[in-house]
Ligand binder design. Structure first.
Ligand code: HEM
Ligand SMILES: [Cu+2]
Length: 536
């Protein structure tokens, strides 16, 4: 181990020469760190495509009536935007990139338990993504159901629903295999001496996430197969004329898709839990409470799916029950927020770009979470159901939460991953632009949502226009900040100053090895005697 400034002789995973050369040494790599970068490049590309589609919708919505596209095109665009962002960006995002890269390192392992399976998961992910994008170009036209594929419309529309659902099905497989791999890794590969309760908290969050991936994803897989069978053979699962029930589809879909939002947000919380103590130079407050709250969120998250269905015809009792459970799942999330704030309290705070993204995560996640309670309570839900209030809420949670955590993570760990530093000033400017753009884009949607602006509509009443214009301007600002951020990171990787092993004074294991890490992470397996946050 070195103190970061001394030159050491070792082969980093970036320089390592294996069986293959050039591109093949990447796309056939079994090193978890290379696979993490493969995911990073793929997901960044998809995010960019998805963001362009989002911006196209914003331009359409800048004025009432038709501006840049036809209504049917709009339906295709919001569906594809949703499919890309949900299944190809935020669900895999943090766990496939940073889980892959840092989980083994943080628990002192050489790699994940099944390196080849790990590579296979990436290939499946790419295959599924190609199918999803291809569904846009079939003669039948892009799917127009929204990413939720609600029956009965999805069983009868003429558009490419089968291709899109097959894509989601395939992507689900990748997610299941990744989850399985991580669970086995955590159980079997921890360094000698590392107990469950001496794991850092990011691995804890990945652990909780992996169980959701493993247990919930098969449900949506089966649901999508049922939908395909319904379309092909008219079986009658969802068609009332054949004795089926369209609401059954919603139950099955949300039994997966509500837990899926925790696949997105738990690793995000894990990242924030690593970053806050580092930049406050303090130990994280309430280690066990944070670890258990991840497990609690994963568990209770399975029981609240009905809050998406208050208006689709459920019994009164079912509604208040789901509402109650929804409020309960807010508790472990609130515990985490409390612990982050308690960690910061009286810390000596070092304001660097990763910390700025982490702070804005907390702020945006709070707005998303509190508006989530309005959606969780039956009466207020019925007022804002299927309005742009919902759009604002989930963008605050998913983009403001998972997205900002991703940006925080990349600014935190990039020096370790590439052994290079980026420009702090530019990163801070990009952060400010992104933060302002984000709030301009989504906050007005809360207001017009309450006033009755429906979601997924191509047209609207003139009274909503001012807010829509502000949103669109916000979208342009957001994208500019995003481009600046990516430019800055890419320049850092290509031309940045060499990064020391521990640029932030972090206290977890990854900062004890050189940047970029050696091929097998550790020269010799570390023996763990301390607490997870004691490597100083
Ligand atoms: C540049 C950034 C983005 C912009 C400008 C944007 C804009 C939009 C707009 C205008 C809609 C349609 C709202 C409606 O009428 O229902 C929408 C829907 C949606 N967005 Fe985004 N969005 C962005 C980023 C994201 C991200 C990062 C996610 C990640 C989860 C996301 C997920 C979704 C989903 C799931 C829908 C729902 C699609 C549907 O209704 O089927 N968006 N977005
Ligand atoms: Cu939900």
């Amino acid at each position: 181990m070195n103190n970061g400034t001394a030159k050491v002789e070792y082969v980093s995973y970036l320089q390592h020469k294996g069986k293959f050369k050039g591109l093949f040494s990447w796309i056939f790599a079994t090193d978890h760190k290379r696979i993490a970068l493969l995911y990073l490049y793929a997901i960044a590309t998809f995010f960019f495509i998805g963001a362009i589609l989002g911006l196209m919708m914003r331009f359409e919505l800048i004025a009432p009536g038709e501006t840049i596209m036809k209504p049917q095109t709009y339906n295709g665009v919001f569906t594809v935007h949703g499919i890309i962002m949900i299944f190809m960006v935020v669900i895999p995002g943090l766990s496939a990139v940073f889980g892959n890269f840092f989980l083994p390192i943080l628990i002192g392992a050489k790699d994940v338990a099944f390196p080849k399976l790990n590579l296979f998961s990436w290939w499946i992910f790419i295959f599924g993504s190609i199918l999803a994008v291809a569904s846009q170009f079939l003669r039948t036209g892009p799917p127009d159901t929204g990413w939720t594929f609600y029956a009965p419309y999805s069983t009868s529309t003429g558009t490419s629903v089968i291709m899109a659902t097959t894509a989601a099905f395939v992507l689900g497989f990748s997610s299941i295999l990744t989850g399985l791999n991580f669970i086995v890794t955590i159980h079997r590969m921890r360094a000698p001496g590392m107990k469950f309760f001496s794991m850092p908290l990011f691995p804890w969050s990945i652990y909780a996430t992996a169980w959701i991936q493993l247990l919930a994803t098969p449900i949506v897989g089966i649901t999508l197969l049922m939908l395909i069978a319904e379309r092909l053979f008219g079986i009658g699962f969802f068609n009332p004329e054949l004795g089926g029930d369209p609401v059954l589809f919603q139950h099955l879909f949300w039994i997966y898709s509500h837990p899926a939002v925790y696949i997105m947000i738990l690793p995000a919380m894990g990242v924030i839990t690593e970053i806050i103590p580092t930049f406050c130079q303090r130990k994280v407050y309430g280690y066990k409470a944070i670890a258990f709250s991840s497990i609690a969120i994963a568990g209770v998250g399975f029981l609240v799916w009905g809050h998406h269905m208050y208006t689709s015809g459920m019994s009164e009792n079912a509604r208040w029950f789901f509402s109650l459970l929804t409020f309960i799942v807010a508790v472990p999330s609130a515990i985490k927020v409390f612990n982050w704030l308690a960690t910061m309290y009286k810390g000596s705070i070092d304001i660097k770009p990763p910390f700025l993204f982490a702070l804005s995560f907390i702020f945006l996640f709070l707005i998303g979470g509190l508006t989530g309670l309005l959606l969780g309570s039956v009466a207020t839900n019925i007022q804002v159901h299927d309005t742009s209030f919902v759009v604002a809420h989930f963008h605050y949670i998913i983009f403001g939460g998972m997205g900002f955590a991703f940006f925080a993570a990349i600014h935190y760990w990039l020096p370790k991953m590439y052994g290079k530093m980026y420009n702090f000033r530019r990163a801070t400017i990009a952060w400010a632009i992104i933060f302002v753009g984000f709030n301009l884009l989504y906050f007005p949607q809360f207001i017009i949502g309450i006033q009755g602006m429906p979601r997924r509509y191509f047209d609207y009443l003139p009274q909503f226009q001012p807010a829509q214009v502000i949103s669109t301007i916000g979208g342009i600002i957001l994208i500019s900040g995003f481009i600046l951020m990516v430019y800055n990171l890419v320049m850092g990787v290509r031309k940045g100053a060499p990064a020391p092993a521990n640029p932030w004074g972090g206290s977890t294991l990854e900062w004890q090895i050189p940047s970029p890490p050696p091929v097998e992470n550790f020269d010799e397996a570390p023996v763990i005697k301390q607490n997870p946050y004691d490597y100083k």
